[in-house]
Design a protein around this ligand. Structure first.
Ligand code: DAH
Length: 333
């Protein structure tokens, strides 16, 4: 059976139309490759149709040959164009998938922060370390000796009543101030001494907005040859300035058993004089008791309450807030 030129031409045109439509519809590169094999492959539809060439009148063959080449070229062009487009789309999809959108809001993790007491202690220590002081600590359970006697407060000394003491069943006590660290440090070290000692202290106070049975102090001690009250004033003045900013300060004569002369320091804060620390020249009796010669060495000391400082600096109205672990309070710092 012979095949007419017309039939072959129609077959080729139909094939081209169907192939171009399929190529345009190909969803991905795999689908495209399958179409190439199906139409242009060795056993593909084009070869199939050309198999009918032999049954064609020889004079018609060049016409069909030319048409075949045109169809082939058209399919190849369509395949190439589609491949490029699909490759580009794939790369773009990949880039889109890997892009980090820097404008997206991040996941907020709750951030911890320093407790106002801790940061106030650190601030005070930083200032003294900047002035050449070393940080020292001592035990919270103390003997009567270190808490009182060595600080020029022998038994029955009336000044012991200034500090209501927690006595322990073992005969010791909870230190009522950080001053015993002065004694312990001097016993272990020779002058010159520049030391700052933070710590927790205990008093049998009735708890209210300004009193707590447990609170924190920072103690200061300098011992050297030739130290005078002027050195004390300069050091305290510098400290207050760094702690509170440019405030007016005044020294008021006072009394502490372990210093002579003694003073209390007030700062002018929001229009009022506010007492912030006690200080004085180390009493010669105290120096003598640790084996320093008071004829050779003089010293000055100071002590202040951290809660008081924190409350003033942060306008905290009730001391109990700093122990309550209330996050609504703590998150403000
Ligand atoms: N220890 C005293 C108190 O707790 C504070 C104090 C005053 C300490 C004068 C000192 C000082 O070192 O010189 O009330």
């Amino acid at each position: 059976m012979t095949i007419t030129l017309n039939t072959l031409e129609t077959q080729l045109e139909d094939l081209q139309q169907a192939a171009l439509a399929a190529i345009a519809d190909a969803a991905d590169l795999d689908a495209l490759e399958q179409l190439r094999v199906a139409y242009l492959g060795k056993k593909g539809q084009l070869s199939n149709i050309l198999g009918g060439m032999g049954k064609l009148d020889p004079s018609d063959r060049p016409t069909v040959g030319k048409l075949t080449n045109e169809v082939k070229a058209a399919l190849q062009t369509a395949l190439d164009t589609a491949r490029e487009a699909l490759q580009l789309a794939r790369v773009q999809a990949q880039i889109a998938a890997e892009t980090i959108d820097v404008t997206m809001p991040g996941t907020l993790r709750p951030q911890g922060r320093r407790h106002p007491l801790a940061s106030t202690i650190d601030r005070a220590l930083d200032i003294f370390v900047g002035l050449g002081y070393t940080v020292a600590t001592g035990p919270e359970m103390e003997s009567d000796h270190y808490n009182f006697s060595s600080l020029n407060m022998p038994k029955d000394h009336p000044a012991r009543d200034m500090q209501d003491t927690f006595y322990l069943p073992n005969g010791h006590l909870l230190r009522t101030h950080t001053s015993p660290v002065q004694i312990r440090y001097m016993e272990q070290n020779d002058p010159p001494i520049r030391v700052v000692a933070p710590g927790r202290v205990y008093r049998r106070d009735t708890v209210d907005a300004t009193h707590s049975a447990v609170f924190h102090q920072v103690e200061l001690l300098a011992v050297d040859q030739g130290l005078t009250f002027t050195d004390l004033k300069g050091t305290i003045g510098e400290f207050i300035q760094q702690m509170f900013g440019d405030v007016e300060i005044r020294f008021r004569p006072s009394y502490f058993p372990f210093t002579e002369p003694s003073a209390e320091v007030d700062v002018r804060w929001k229009g009022n004089w506010l007492e912030v620390l006690g200080c004085g020249m180390v009493d010669p009796n105290v120096l003598q008791a640790v084996g320093y010669d008071p004829e050779v060495y003089t010293g000055f000391a100071a002590g202040f309450g951290i809660e008081r400082f924190a409350m003033v600096l942060h306008q905290i109205d009730d001391i109990r807030r700093v122990y309550a672990s209330d996050l609504r309070f703590l998150r403000q710092f």
